[in-house]
Write a protein that binds this ligand. Sequence first.
Ligand code: PLP
Length: 815
Amino acid sequence: MSVNTQDIIPAMHSRFEGRQRDMEIDNVSIDSRSLQNNIGTLFFALIGQNRDSHQYIAQLIEKGVLNFVVSHIPVEVIGKANYFVVQNTLTALQDFAIYYRQLYNFPVIAITGSSGKTIVKEWLNYLMSPDYTIIRSPKSYNSQVGVPLSIIGINERHNLGIFEAGISTVGEMEKLEPIIRPDIGILTNIGAAHDEGFATRIEKIKEKLKLFANVKTLILQQNKFIESELLASYPLKTFTWSFEPGADVQIITQHNTGSTQLDVYYNDTTFQAAIPFTDEASVENAITCLMLLLHLGYSYETITDRLAGLYPVELRLQVKNGNNGCTIIDDSFSSDYQSLKIALDFLEQHKTHQKKTVILSDVFQSGFDTELVYAKVAKLLSGHSISQVIGIGEKISEQLADYPNFFPYKTTQEFLAHYKASSFEDETILVKGARSFRFDEIVVFLEEKTHETVLEINLNSIIHNLNFYKSRLLPSTKIMVMVKAFGYGSGSYEIAKALSHQKVDYLGVAFADEGISLRNAGISTPIIVMNPESSAFAAMAAYNLEPEIYSAKELRAFIAVAQQKNLSNYPIHIKLDTGMHRLGFEENQLEELIDLLRNNNLVEVKTIFSHLSSSDVPEYRDFTLGQIAKFDQWSAQLIEVLGINPLRHILNTSGIYNYPEAQYDMVRLGIGLYGVGNDETERAQLETVGTLKTIILQIKDIPRGESIGYSRKYRTWQDTRIATLPIGYADGIPRAWGNERGYVVINNRKAMIIGTISMDMMMVNITGIECKEGDTAIIFGKAPTVSDIAKALGTIPYEILTSISQRVKRVFYKE
Ligand SMILES: *Cc1c(COP(=O)(O)O)cnc(C)c1O
């Protein structure tokens, strides 16, 4: 892109303050961590729920960024850069996109609907890229921020645009319409997603239709209500399809194994096409794509040809554990400049090692000059300090030959034949290739080989849950996130990393070694060690870990170490025992504590806290209020006598939910972050974080009257089909969950666990359930939930979660 700052001052309704009014902008950024930030960047300081990007301006100026769109100029950076001062920086980003959009004039397709937007967009890109140079929304960039950023990706080579727009509440589509300014509209199915923001379905549909206010043609499944609503408001033509007669195009489907045949009736002619899917959603999405091709005048032959090549779209970048301590980021489905840029930013945020390797196929950008494309790719790679690039394909191996540490291969097979699993060690590897290169085979080869059981952790849900609890707190209340016990079994490092960009003030671990591993992995958030052992004090000081101090004896030992290591004002955290009776100072020990702390500058009391024993038990409300009262009084006494100014905190997850009035300066969020609430309504507002999955190893048909498993606990009373799953009590599945107490979910159906659970295996009853060997079985997740299992077994979700053995591979993903 190239835009002059002179032109955007009025476009964004901004006031300019700075030295140089006339500068060329070559990229736009909203992310302070993006490595593209440089002299040509226009940085929009957006204000989010958790973050106000104005705070990063000083840091960005040091990196060389000169132009900022702000709603105010923070004092420390006044006069140090150029500022475009606006009322609202998000609106300014949208205005910028509107201005930028009108610089280009080519057909643009806009897609909205409840589901299928991203898939339809990706498929259309695949179907039409032989004929057009397409700009499309990257991934699912369809929001108030995502749409402007997608539009800003347009450049002079593009001759077709495909953008998706998603909304979560009324009023949003009106803002997106002038940014996209579509000529052709596509409405995918209208379902129940994001229902909470809309009074009625009608209102929602009307809101969505605003995207099409100025299109010439709208493609949709025939729907009398929508069509009358539309035609009443807008001067457009519809182009409709239906499984019944009466629409512009009628489709009759016929399901075969693994594919669906479409008989298409259009304009008194007919033709057939087959798609490699059988599920309803994919069939409808494919028909939507077919409709656009018909509308654009593609020949029947081309349509049939291209539809046959449709493929499953992977919508998320997956982070996987690799061999030799490597981390793999799997993006083996596309290769174009835009998505490479996103993947490299993702790599930067999720790298677990300093060494970064990229395995990249030929980059497809039809219509662009090959040398120019690769020059841009090379610049992008070096901008992200990629240590090593493996290029696979005829073009890339030639074009990037001069890139330092570049290893060229003509084909994926050639690479696989040459490389050994041991070729990579302790590095983060981005695997990014166009589908035709079959990089999925590379991922299989790099991935750590364990059995097929995985605990999938959804990092988006973690952030959702964090925000849910934040929304119940005052904005000024600080948050400490408990990642003890390996992040409640979910992986402490990855969670700490995912949270490092959220506003989290402290992390809590149980033992020093947990904190040391976090530090070694590059986590710099302050960390409190809850059960520090005196033997670890020196190591804690070396790693900047802050101890919980629960007794005078411990404090003396820590002070001795502080003296010996010449520490001063070392942060410590005083724990008071107000009724939990586990660790902490009791009332009669406060004097001694005060004596030790008075006039002591070796340590500094950063926080004073206590722990509630029963914040989740409504009948102990009085007891809990008593704990809070004691805490209030004792901590006030310490503060007054010592003349100190520490933060105070007492609430854990259910405390936040039930006693928000006692939030003091900070809260300690644990189980809730992982999606487990202690009561029904709380739970309903959280998202499931962990899904424990395995596969069906073998299926057997057992006649009536046989027994299953150890000690013959189950007898078949009819002919029974069973599946054996490779997961057992050594993986952390409680044995008590066997013998028809518990179940797993296979293809959305309950399959009872029959017989005793073995160490590494269990059997389930799949009579009447459609499934085959290799299919997925869900042990817990959305259903059954960890809470369901805990309740049935008379224990608590904490125990179930933290018992999942470390041999179960954790896979982290982000949508
Ligand atoms: C574990 C722990 C928490 C978090 O408790 P949850 O119930 O999981 O929110 C808070 N404070 C202390 C001292 C803890 O040990």
